[in-house]
Design a protein. Structure first.
Length: 167
């Protein structure tokens, strides 16, 4: 079974000048239940269907299967997606022998920038670029399927509302 092992970080600092490629991504979810997601993605005019399983207890590893689709099929599947859409630009930044995927979000998730690195094993060492901030691996709020349901812009509103209520 294909496994995806990745770590995720908030981004603090300049990364765009270090990027060797970038692409625009729009994605929706046919299913975004806990433990399984079915995602439709359009990336630079190409379509993809991805199925992901539940993450392990550390939030680092999970089953992932992806299939390329003709753009017309991907567009048609987008109509079946749950409400909400992820819109982002992905920058690819090399660091040592790894590539960091840095996602800059738009729309209701504007202001959020995260970086992911895929690893061969959970304990694999990697060079840490200067733009990496706090690690958020395993924090479900940062999963794209959750950002679709509870966008980043709503977090500040919820936190200030909670602070105002004395909780």
């Amino acid at each position: 079974m294909p496994q995806e092992i990745e770590r995720k970080f908030l981004v603090e600092g300049e990364y765009k000048r270090q990027a060797y490629a970038k692409s625009r991504i729009r994605q929706g979810y046919i299913c975004s239940r806990r433990g399984r997601t079915v995602r439709v993605r359009i990336r630079d005019g190409e379509g993809f269907l991805t199925i992901k399983g539940a993450t392990d207890s550390k939030g680092m590893s999970r089953y992932e299967w992806e299939k390329a689709l003709p753009l017309e099929e991907a567009e048609a599947l987008m109509a079946l997606c749950e409400p909400g859409m992820i819109d982002k630009t992905r920058y690819l930044v090399a660091a040592g022998k790894h590539v960091f995927e840095v996602d800059e979000f738009y729309g209701e998730n504007e202001g959020l920038v995260v970086a992911e690195v895929e690893l061969a094993g959970e304990d694999e060492p990697f060079e840490r670029p200067a733009f990496l901030g706090k690690e958020v691996t395993g924090d479900a709020r940062y999963y794209n399927s959750q950002l679709m349901k509870c966008p980043y812009k709503s977090w500040a509103h919820a936190a200030s509302k909670e602070a105002g209520s004395g909780k």
